[in-house]
Design a protein around this ligand. Structure first.
Ligand code: 4NP
Length: 157
């Protein structure tokens, strides 16, 4: 089975939103038996926590329920388990590269590499901002999710 993991700092805002959004797209395309989706955080502060209430509310407004997700920490072994290893921002990518054996893993990319039409490469952390930040994050996630699925279809299915 093909797999992707999406990683941010806390695993309570951006990456669980992306996990839920991408999984929803995969299901709607009838590909749930072929593609697994996971998420994790760089930090350990929120291990075991559900996604931030604001992230859950914003996702639910778009029909995506995140309530079953629980935060976990990204670990070196995740490099063995996933075909796509995707960071939400450059700081996350740097921290992940330090955990990989070579530091040069070509499966390690930015999530927004799959949305080249957007004028940004990083998903901004909405944690300390207002509610609108969560909607903007979801717009970016929707764009990159379609691009990621296109890439998977082209290269793996
Ligand atoms: P995330 O947002 O990386 O999108 O989950 C954050 C959530 C919590 C913290 C940082 C970022 N924190 O420092 O607790």
């Amino acid at each position: 089975m093909l797999g992707g993991i999406i990683v941010c700092l806390g695993n309570i805002c951006r990456s669980p939103s992306a996990e839920g959004g991408f999984r929803c797209l995969v299901r709607s395309e009838g590909l749930a038996d072929l593609i697994t989706t996971d998420s994790a955080g760089i930090g350990a502060w929120h291990i075991g926590d559900p996604p931030d209430d604001r992230a859950q509310a914003a996702a639910l407004r778009r029909g995506v329920n995140l309530s079953d997700l629980r935060a976990r920490q990204f670990k070196a072994a995740d490099f063995e388990r996933f075909d796509y290893i995707l960071a939400m921002d450059e700081a996350n990518r740097r921290d992940m590269a330090h955990l990989s054996r070579s530091g040069l893993d070509d499966r390690l990319k930015l999530f927004l590499d799959f949305a080249p039409q957007l004028d940004r490469r990083e998903v901004p952390d909405p944690y300390y901002g207002g509610d609108s930040g969560f909607d903007e994050v979801l717009n970016m996630i929707e764009a990159a999710s379609h691009g990621l699925l296109d890439d998977i279809r082209r290269n793996h299915l």
